[in-house]
Design a protein around this ligand. Structure first.
Ligand code: C5P
Length: 247
């Protein structure tokens, strides 16, 4: 369903601002991303309020710490009712397993649905120069993305967050059921803003994305509902033309 594939980023720092967007887009959008700005600005209760308004939440807090700490934090995040939570793959397999296992245990204990647990691979803000010289990794960024996507899968995670240009290589190595969530989406003709390596919604879905994250092209549009509908129409068309297998 196109509606399940579109996640709109609520990049605002107040409860009222976020809920106003959720209400305005309720007819079109059923999935919203809550990142650090909104979570820290509005408090953790914002997740429950969005769910109570009838939508699902991708809680994008990118956990990265020792396995015990991440496991305990994941347990708390599950209680919020979020449908997707995430961690940094750079935290290693023990950390990723701890997140997944703790989330699973807590969901089972409380009778809540198990959220998808996904990993951030290499941040798209890290270019080749920073990757090699500052972080000290040899070789290509893409090889690290591939290796971390595989490590995430081996650690029991459900998928990764990656840039549009990495969708194809992750899909190839991780198979059809692995979730691939991608930001950096710009409908044809939209402002790029600070995004550089972008794809349109249709291109991303055809390349194998299971979910696309769209912020400003929807939330900054003069008619937000119409902008969301246009993205959904592109996703639907890509699904039909490409015979998309990714859910
Ligand atoms: O407004 P825009 O569509 O660029 O928003 C994209 C959202 O995805 C923002 O919340 C941004 O922080 C997030 N994101 C991104 N690129 C990444 C990771 C996250 O744009 N590599």
């Amino acid at each position: 369903m196109p509606r399940d594939k579109l996640i709109v980023a609520l990049d605002v720092d107040t409860r009222d601002g976020a809920l106003a967007l959720v209400r305005e887009l309720a007819g079109q959008v059923g999935f919203f991303k809550v990142g650090m700005e909104l979570f820290y600005g509005a408090g953790s209760g914002i997740v429950r309020e969005i769910i109570d308004a009838g939508a699902k939440v991708f809680l994008d807090l990118k956990l990265h710490d020792i396995p015990n700490t991440v496991g305990r934090a994941a347990r708390v995040l599950v209680r919020s009712g979020a449908s997707i939570i995430n961690v940094h793959a750079a935290g290693g397999s023990a950390m990723m397993r701890a997140a997944r296992e703790s989330a699973c245990e807590e969901a089972g204990r409380l009778g809540l649905p198990m959220p998808l647990v996904v990993a951030v691979t290499v941040l798209t803000s890290i270019d080749r120069e920073a990757f090699n010289r500052e972080l000290g990794f040899p070789g290509e960024v893409e090889d690290r993305v591939k290796a971390w996507a595989l490590l995430a899968r081996e650690s029991g995670l459900d998928g990764v967050v990656c840039s549009p240009r990495e969708i194809g290589l992750v899909r190839n190595v991780c198979g059809p059921d692995f979730k691939i969530i991608t930001p950096g989406i710009r409908p044809a003709g939209a402002q790029l803003g600070d995004q550089r390596r972008v794809m349109t919604p249709g291109e991303a879905v055809r390349a194998g994305a299971s979910h696309i994250v769209v912020g400003r092209p929807v939330t900054g549009a003069p008619d937000r509902a119409a902008a969301a509908s246009a993205v959904l129409a592109e996703i639907a068309e890509a699904g039909l033309s490409g015979g998309t297998r990714w859910s």
